[in-house]
Write a protein that binds this ligand. Structure first.
Ligand code: 4AD
Ligand code: MG
Length: 446
C-alpha cells in the first residue's frame, strides 16, 4: 500500500448519519467500509457504511481530477475505484450533492480516495442479508458477521437495554457492584461448574454472584451487578450458553413479591425505553414490539402442575418443569408471566421456604425462562440446615456463613439472563445471536 493510503492527517468530518441536503456542495471527509458496489462501467456507485449508517458515493470516469484549491489536486485513478471490493475500508474527501433518488437524499462525489485496507477476499455474506443460514460460518467470522445491519441493530438494542436497566436501577436507589468471578464454592449446586487452576489450588468460574450480592446488602441494602456467569452446560440448545451475562439484583428488607414487582417494572421500563429510543433498530429486527401490560400473570407451580396433568402430561409434585412441559405452557400462556411458589427441593439452598414450598419465582416469556429469584434465608442455622439437606459441605461455606452472625437483614433478589431478555425484545430464535462471541460446548473460538 502506498503512503497515500495511510490515514495520515485525514480525519472524518461527518458520520454518514449527519449528511443531509443542508450540506449541499459542502466538502466532507468520510470513513468507513464498503457495503456494496454497483459498477456501471464509466460510473461506479459505492455504498459507504460507517457505524451509524451509509451514503452513496458516485465515482465517474473522467471527473477524477480535483480542482480543490486548498489541497494539492489529486486525481483518483479509475483503476483504483475498479479494484475496490466489498468490506474494504476506505476514506474519501468529496462534495455533497442533493440527489432525491439516492438512499439518503444526498450522495457524495469523491475528489480524493484512500483505500485504507483492501478486502482480500469476497466476504461470504452481504451486510444487507437479514438471515444467513450457516451459523457456524457466521460465528467463525463473527466480527464481519456483526457488520450485517441486522446484527448491528440487535447489538445496538442490547446497548440500549443495558442503558435503560442501569438508569432504572439507579433511579430505584441501587448501586452497581462487581464481585469475584474466580471463586472457591458453588452457589447454585455443584453440577455445572468450570474448574480452573488457581495457583496451587482448584477454583471455579462463578455460576452466579449470588452469595456476594447477599453479603453486600448488609452494607448497601440495594445492589446490582451486570456481569458474566459461567455454566458448564453440556446441552446443545438454542437457549443455553457456557458464558452468559446476568443482571443480578439483591435488596434488603424485601421479599420475593417486592422484587417480582421491581423486575416487572424493570422489564416494562426497558421495553418502553427501547420502543421510544430504538426506532431504527426495531424497524429492522422487531417492528411489532409492544410494551407489556402489568401486572404480569402469576401462576403457582401447583396450578401449572394441575394444568399439565389435565392435558395428559405425567408429572409428580416436586419435579422440575421439563422443556416439554414448558413448551406446552408457552403455547397456552403467551408473553411474560411468573411461576411462583416452587417446591423447595428444586430451588437452591439459600432460598427461603417453609420446609415444603419456597418463596421463589421464575419469570417466563412463552416457554423461555428469563429470570429466577426468591426471598433468601437470613438465619444462619436455617441456612446450615439447607446446605446439609442439599448435600453440600457446610465447611466450604464458612466464609459466607459468618456474615450471618452480624445481623443479616431479610432480603430478596433475582438474576435476569441478559441474552434471553434480548431474545424476547429482538425476537431471536437462537441465543447465540444475542451475544457477541458465544461460548458453548462446541465453541471456544473466536
Ligand atoms: O436461574 P438461574 O440459575 O438463577 C440464579 O443464578 C440465581 N442466583 C438468581 C437469583 O438471584 N436467585 O440464572 C438466572 C438467569 C436465568 O433465569 C437465565 O435467564 C440466565 O440467568 N441463565 C442463562 N442464560 C443463558 N445460558 C445459560 N446457561 C444460563 N443459565 C442461566
Ligand atoms: Mg432459574
Amino acid at each position: 500500500m502506498s503512503i497515500d493510503d495511510e490515514i495520515g492527517e485525514w480525519r472524518r468530518t461527518h458520520y454518514t448519519s449527519q449528511l443531509d441536503s443542508r450540506l449541499d456542495n459542502e466538502h466532507v471527509t468520510l470513513m468507513g467500509y464498503i457495503a456494496s458496489i454497483r459498477d456501471h462501467g464509466n460510473i461506479v456507485f459505492v455504498m459507504l457504511a460507517d457505524k451509524d449508517g451509509e451514503v452513496q458515493l458516485v465515482f465517474k470516469r473522467g471527473k477524477e481530477v480535483s480542482n480543490n484549491s486548498n489541497s494539492e489536486s489529486i486525481s483518483i485513478p479509475f483503476f483504483k475505484v475498479k479494484s475496490l471490493k466489498e468490506h474494504s475500508c476506505i476514506a474519501v474527501k468529496g462534495k455533497v450533492k442533493v440527489s432525491p433518488n439516492a438512499p439518503r437524499g444526498v450522495e457524495v462525489v469523491p475528489e480524493e480516495l484512500k483505500v485504507l485496507s483492501l478486502a482480500r477476499s469476497i466476504p461470504p455474506f452481504s451486510v444487507y442479508s437479514r438471515t444467513f443460514p450457516n451459523l457456524d460460518l457466521r460465528l467463525n467470522l463473527r466480527a464481519i458477521d456483526l457488520r450485517r445491519y441486522y446484527m448491528r441493530a440487535i447489538f445496538r438494542i442490547r446497548h440500549k437495554v443495558l442503558k435503560a436497566i442501569r438508569e432504572f436501577l439507579d433511579k430505584e436507589g441501587f448501586i452497581e457492584v462487581n464481585t469475584p468471578k474466580i471463586i472457591s464454592t458453588a452457589s447454585e449446586g455443584g453440577a455445572s461448574l468450570f474448574p480452573v487452576f488457581y495457583f496451587d489450588r482448584e477454583a471455579f468460574l462463578a455460576q452466579s454472584p449470588q452469595l456476594y450480592k447477599e453479603q453486600l446488602v448488609t452494607a448497601f441494602e440495594k445492589v446490582f451487578e451486570i456481569a458474566p456467569i459461567f455454566r458448564a452446560e453440556p446441552s446443545r440448545t438454542n437457549r443455553h450458553l457456557a458464558e452468559a451475562i446476568s443482571v443480578d439484583i439483591e435488596e434488603a428488607f424485601a421479599d420475593y413479591k417486592d422484587v417480582m414487582n421491581l423486575l416487572e417494572r424493570m422489564i416494562t421500563y426497558t421495553i418502553e425505553y427501547i420502543v421510544k429510543n430504538a426506532n431504527d433498530e426495531l424497524r429492522i429486527v422487531n417492528p411489532m414490539l409492544t410494551i407489556p401490560k402489568t401486572p404480569f400473570p402469576r401462576y403457582t407451580y401447583d396450578e401449572l402442575i394441575d394444568m399439565l396433568r389435565k392435558n395428559g402430561y405425567s408429572i409428580e409434585w416436586g419435579d422440575d418443569l421439563s422443556s416439554e412441559h414448558l413448551t406446552f405452557l408457552g403455547r397456552v400462556i403467551n408473553g411474560y408471566y411468573f411461576i411462583v411458589d416452587w417446591p423447595s427441593s428444586i430451588r437452591p439452598f439459600y432460598t427461603k421456604n417453609n420446609g415444603k414450598i419456597a418463596e421463589a419465582f421464575d419469570l417466563m416469556y412463552n416457554d423461555l425462562e428469563i429470570s429466577s429469584g426468591s426471598s433468601r434465608i437470613n438465619k444462619k442455622e436455617e441456612l446450615i440446615e439447607r446446605l446439609k439437606i442439599q448435600g453440600l459441605r457446610v465447611e466450604s461455606f464458612e466464609y459466607h456463613l459468618k456474615v450471618f452472625d452480624y445481623g443479616m437483614p431479610p432480603h430478596a433478589g433475582f438474576g435476569l439472563g441478559l441474552e434471553r431478555f434480548l431474545m424476547t425484545i429482538a425476537k431471536l430464535d437462537n441465543i447465540r445471536d444475542a451475544t457477541f462471541y458465544p461460548r458453548d460446548i462446541d465453541r471456544l473460538i473466536p
